[in-house]
Design a protein around this ligand. Sequence first.
Ligand SMILES: N[C@@H](CCC(=O)N[C@@H](CS)C(=O)NCC(=O)O)C(=O)O
Length: 248
Amino acid sequence: MLKLYHWEPNANSGKPMLALAEKGVEYESHYLDLLSFDQHQPDYLAINPDGTIPALVDGDRVLTDSTPMMEYIDAAFDGPSLRPADPKARWRMRWWMRFFDSYFAPSLSMIGWSVFVGPAVRQRDPDELRAAIQRIPLESRRIAWRKAMFNEFTPEELAESRRRVLYATASHGSPAIRSLLETSTVSIWATRCRSRSPSTAMITRLRASWTGCAASQRGRPQRRRGRWVARRSRPGSRRSSADPRRWR
Ligand SMILES: N[C@@H](CCC(=O)N[C@@H](CS)C(=O)NCC(=O)O)C(=O)O
């Protein structure tokens, strides 16, 4: 069965999760806790040596990078087509994904690292954090984690990220972007996503399986026997076709 190694259903992990939900494809979910650095552990690096999430395993093929991963999911499996057939609309789809991956997402991500990821881990033992940084395979990620952990993003870096996020999401971008935003704003897109039942059902199910875990961490997915499983699974089981809570 298809295996997806992922974090929460947001950002890069959310992309294949939404595509799989829309296609109605079952998969085995392997949750990695990004804040526990599961993605830098040897058993996951054996799957994706970059140590980033998500990774999709289909037979003997490991697929990384969430955007081509979504295109793969759409092309490889039955179900509703997720990409437009019209060449101009397909160009626009790819334009958006490229814009998102190369411009918008890194900026949004820096803000996320600064206001959420960094503060979430910063109170831990600094030696433990430095050791965690040493285990990160990609230099660019070692730098990003160090800046997040030790609050080292400069005001200039953060200001530029905020400017880019505003430019990408507000309606006062360049004329070219404005013309795209008029018909395809991020908010219209998000609203459409939320109104689609397969996507909403996926997110609702996921959140429900972790309800009440924020304060106590109880019910939080955890690594067990080297596998990423939902804590509420039957002992020894993973989310799979044998599991009544399988994700479809
Ligand atoms: N280009 C990759 C980027 C993946 C990526 O940056 N994932 C983030 C989570 S959204 C990650 O793994 N962060 C943890 C880390 O770098 O240690 C993709 O699109 O999948």
